[in-house]
Design a protein around this ligand. Sequence first.
Ligand SMILES: Nc1ncnc2c1ncn2[C@@H]1O[C@H](COP(=O)(O)OP(=O)(O)OP(=O)(O)O)[C@@H](O)[C@H]1O
Ligand SMILES: Cc1cn([C@H]2C[C@H](O)[C@@H](COP(=O)(O)O)O2)c(=O)[nH]c1=O
Length: 218
Amino acid sequence: MQGLFISFEGIDGAGKSTHIDAVRLAFEATGARVTLTREPGGTPLAEQLRGLVLNDPMDAMTEALIVFAARRDHLKQVIWPALARGDVVLCDRFSDASFAYQGGGRGCAWSTLETLEAWVQTPPVAKNDADSPRPIKPLLTIWFDLPAAVAAQRLTSARIPDKFESQPQAFFEKVAEAYERRAQEDPTRFARINADQTIAAVRSDVLAALVTRGLLKA
Ligand SMILES: Nc1ncnc2c1ncn2[C@@H]1O[C@H](COP(=O)(O)OP(=O)(O)OP(=O)(O)O)[C@@H](O)[C@H]1O
Ligand SMILES: Cc1cn([C@H]2C[C@H](O)[C@@H](COP(=O)(O)O)O2)c(=O)[nH]c1=O
């Protein structure tokens, strides 16, 4: 049995958390079992690493190594077992965020991130497996595309900003460009959602993206 792996991406404040629960409910209504998780995080170790990445100053490569270390633990402890059980795995951010934030935002080389992605996201070889395993990527990535200026306005009154949320608008413009690059590199995986609409309209577009790809019934 092999489950479904869906990730949610976008700059801070784009609206992922607002919509992920509606997607969970929609899948649960079909009788599917859902694992809802997030990155960086999703395991006790990865949540500790999240605390470091979101709060401590460090260079871009250090940041990339930590988010990918957290991802390996998350994959081994949570995502691979859930997919093997046949769950729908809904992940609030995955490796596209590393390309967007550590690559686009912080300037880490794309090729370094590609190498880390290949190492970290490849499952261990099973004893009787003749084929070499391939790095895992989400089947679908729902990308909440929102201008950085609008996201900044939404976040102003929302909460105490962490290290990334405190960055200037120009940082998020670079992060958004890197998301665009990732989407261009893998267009069939990405569903680009115009997040600059009412919450109801965004929700309807998110559910429609799942229906169009045959993952949910209308
Ligand atoms: N379509 C929308 N219109 C107006 N406000 C919105 C919309 N969607 C979300 N918001 C508000 O914007 C803020 C940020 O939304 P949310 O927390 O869902 O974003 P996020 O992408 O999960 O952010 P982060 O990645 O920083 O956690 C919240 O206060 C939320 O209520
Ligand atoms: C997976 C991942 C995340 N980040 C950044 C992006 C966000 O600013 C935070 C997570 O906060 P959220 O409120 O849970 O969205 O972490 C990153 O820089 N690199 C990554 O790989």
